[in-house]
Design a protein around this ligand. Structure first.
Ligand code: SAM
Length: 222
């Protein structure tokens, strides 16, 4: 999945992943992370997710990152917010109060640019990436985050041979292989999502689970 793939999806408004409501798992499981108000939350590959508004409404500072300027433009316009826009290095920053969306390549982010981040929210981000990009994504997150940062990660599990991603199936053993070198990994819940996913049924799935994890960054190896 190249940046062009995603830029084209935005240009053509093919945004099948976008949810018009706050993600149910976010509201249910976010309190498990036990984060103080004011904690800064990174939302990698954020799209125009309304979950960023929910996180801000909980008192968090929110930093989204997406490759497409349309993600930031639509997010703020649809939220009736007028962002300040600044260019900082390879990123364009759109900001209103506690919410910033950086436009650029997630893999270009440096630890300095996310200094102060103490939590991560990943819904439809890891699973947007093909298998060969996932190890780089997991390693890059580990490089960006200091010890003790907590993440909520939501994945999809289905029979990959029945449907072409994205979204891809990323099953628990793969999540553990990707993250356990640098994170403690705990499953919080597994939800049968088939009945509520007619578009995936239509693409051939007869089973579909959403799995919610809490990750916690371990201290880096000496
Ligand atoms: C499947 S969507 C999920 C968006 C969001 N997490 C949500 O739940 O609505 C994946 C998003 O990742 C963005 N993206 C893909 N590759 C990226 C990269 N290398 N850097 C930053 N954003 C990227 C795409 O533009 C797209 O908006």
């Amino acid at each position: 999945m190249t940046p062009e793939f995603w830029l084209n999806r935005w240009q053509r408004s093919e945004l099948g992943w976008h949810e018009d409501e706050i993600n149910r798992h976010l509201a249910e499981h976010w309190p498990r992370l036990e984060l103080p108000k004011g904690t800064a939350v990174l939302v990698p590959l954020c799209g125009k997710s309304l979950d960023m508004l929910w996180l801000a409404s909980c008192g968090h500072r929110v930093l989204g990152v997406d490759i497409s300027p349309l993600a930031a433009e639509q997010f703020f316009a649809e939220s009736q917010l007028e962002p300040r826009i600044e260019v900082r290095g390879p990123f364009q920053h759109y900001q209103v109060d506690e919410i910033s969306v950086m436009i650029g390549d997630f893999f270009d982010l440096s630890p300095e640019q996310v200094a102060g981040i103490a939590a991560v929210y990943d819904r439809a981000s890891l699973i947007a990436l093909p298998p060969e990009m996932r190890p780089r994504y997991a390693r890059h997150l580990a490089t960006l985050l200091p010890a003790d940062v907590r993440s909520l990660l939501i994945t999809l599990e289905y029979e990959q041979s029945r449907m072409k991603g994205p979204p891809f199936a990323v099953v628990e053993p793969e999540v553990r292989a990707l993250f356990e070198p640098n994170f403690q990994v705990e499953t919080l819940s597994v939800f049968d999502a088939l009945a509520e996913s007619p578009r995936f049924r239509a693409r051939g799935l007869d089973a579909l689970d959403e799995r919610v994890y809490q990750l916690r960054r371990l201290p880096p190896n000496p």
